[in-house]
Design a protein. Structure first.
Length: 422
């Protein structure tokens, strides 16, 4: 496979772009693998890549029921940040952000990671105090964090709604400058390409239809492309985790599957050079501008369980109202399209990277709103778990039994209730 470099880009420009190879192979599945990862999104591909690169495993397959980039990986708002506070979450997301910062060089593929900053608007003195307390945690644990007053915020982003009678008056902002956005398609393509170069079989249009068990182990998977065996099996399928869990005969999981919509407008001239977020009084909104000029934004999820990858009008109205309340200049901008991803929402709002009741089955699930930003870190720690058959100390508490221990990794402080976390 041709390595990307300035010289190769120049040379292929002279030859009509005819010198590029396929980015990854289209392979037929083998009968048996050392490791089978179910799910060809960012998490699954990153896991396979780090298993091959960091742990030296060779006989690995990634099974994707659709096409690479067709699931949640291509259905999000592309925000990357590490401003989490709880032990376990704090270290995990900072590790993931550090992987993002070098990811284009690591994969030899431009994932278009833009560290434009994550700006969380603050609307009350209590919110300012709470943000200062939380962001001090970031600074004390080796990350970056700032609190901006109103004048500094106005200089950085002058066209927010700063009116005294605004629906949500702005007092300042909590800022992480190293945060930003990345191109979701580029990330999965980059991981797929890099994993393929290390010998990983990426098998598209391969849906798991059944799970074979014998004496506490999985012996194989029945798929739409035939039976596939694996010494170790990893589930990394986001909102469809419950379906596979049921196929494995393991009963119920402490997660619910909900839809989370995202939106993009027609292209505009440069308007917003940050990720802007706010949440107050039942609202939840986040927005940034893509490299093509479209305003990419989202808000709360649909408050009913669903596996559908399409949205509905009540959320369109809710998110549009949030957009206009904080950025009135968008009032006449046309909305081009909206879509929905399926999120697996855990009882305490935090993820699972753990072993399961079956000896050779491993679980990566429960990502709530954090799946995209967690991609590199999730792959790194999930690969570490599968290769070493024990969790890394940073994710040791992110298991299914934490609820039995009464240990909730509750980032929002809303309690172990999926209806509150979304």
């Amino acid at each position: 496979m041709t390595r990307f470099s300035a010289w190769n880009v120049f040379r292929n420009g002279l030859s009509g772009q005819k010198g590029w190879d396929r980015q990854w192979r289209d392979v037929e599945p083998k009968a048996d693998y050392d490791v089978v990862i179910v799910g060809g999104g960012i998490h699954g591909l990153a896991t396979a890549y780090y298993l091959a690169k960091k742990h030296g495993l060779k006989n690995i397959a990634v099974l994707e029921k659709g096409w690479i980039g067709g699931g949640n990986a291509g259905r999000n708002t592309t925000i990357v940040r590490s401003n989490y506070f709880r032990p376990g979450n704090r270290e995990f997301y900072e590790h993931s952000l550090k992987l993002w910062e070098n990811l284009s060089h690591d994969l030899n593929y431009n994932v278009m990671f833009s560290q434009r900053g994550h700006v969380s608007l603050l609307h009350s003195p209590g919110a300012v105090d709470a943000a200062a307390r939380g962001y001090n945690t970031l600074r004390l644990t080796g990350s970056d964090a700032e609190i901006w007053g109103l004048e500094e915020l106005k200089q950085e982003i002058p066209h927010l709604n700063y009116a005294a009678n605004a629906r949500f008056p702005i007092l300042g902002a909590a800022v992480q400058r190293r945060a930003g956005t990345a191109r979701h398609d580029a990330v999965v393509w980059g991981y797929a390409r890099a994993a393929d170069q290390l010998g990983v079989d990426i098998i598209q249009n391969c849906e798991v239809l059944g799970v074979r068990r014998d004496q506490g182990r999985i012996t194989g998977l029945d798929t739409s492309r035939g039976a596939i065996g694996g010494s170790k099996i990893g589930f990394s399928v986001a909102g469809n985790t419950s379906r596979l869990w049921d196929m494995a005969g393991l009963g119920t999981l402490p997660i619910e599957s909900h839809k989370l919509q995202a939106f993009v407008t027609e292209p505009l001239k440069p308007l917003l050079d940050h990720v802007v977020v706010f949440g107050v009084g039942g609202t939840h909104f986040y927005i940034s501008q893509s490299d093509k000029g479209g305003m990419v934004f989202g808000g709360d999820l649909d408050w009913y369980k669903s596996y559908a990858q399409r949205g509905n009008l009540p959320i369109v109205q809710d998110v549009s109202e949030c957009a206009l309340s904080i950025l009135p200049c968008l009032g006449r901008v046309r909305l081009l399209r909206h879509w929905s991803g399926v999120c697996d929402m855990s009882m305490d709002g935090s993820h699972f990277i753990c072993k399961t009741p079956l000896d050779n089955l491993y679980l990566n699930a429960g990502w709530n709103y954090g799946g995209f930003k967690a991609g590199p870190g999730a792959g790194w720690f999930f690969a570490d778990l599968i290769a070493n058959d024990r969790p890394h100390e940073i994710v040791a508490e992110h298991d299914l039994k934490r609820f039995e221990r009464g240990y909730n990794i509750d980032e929002r402080g809303a309690g172990p209730d999926p209806k509150l976390h979304g």
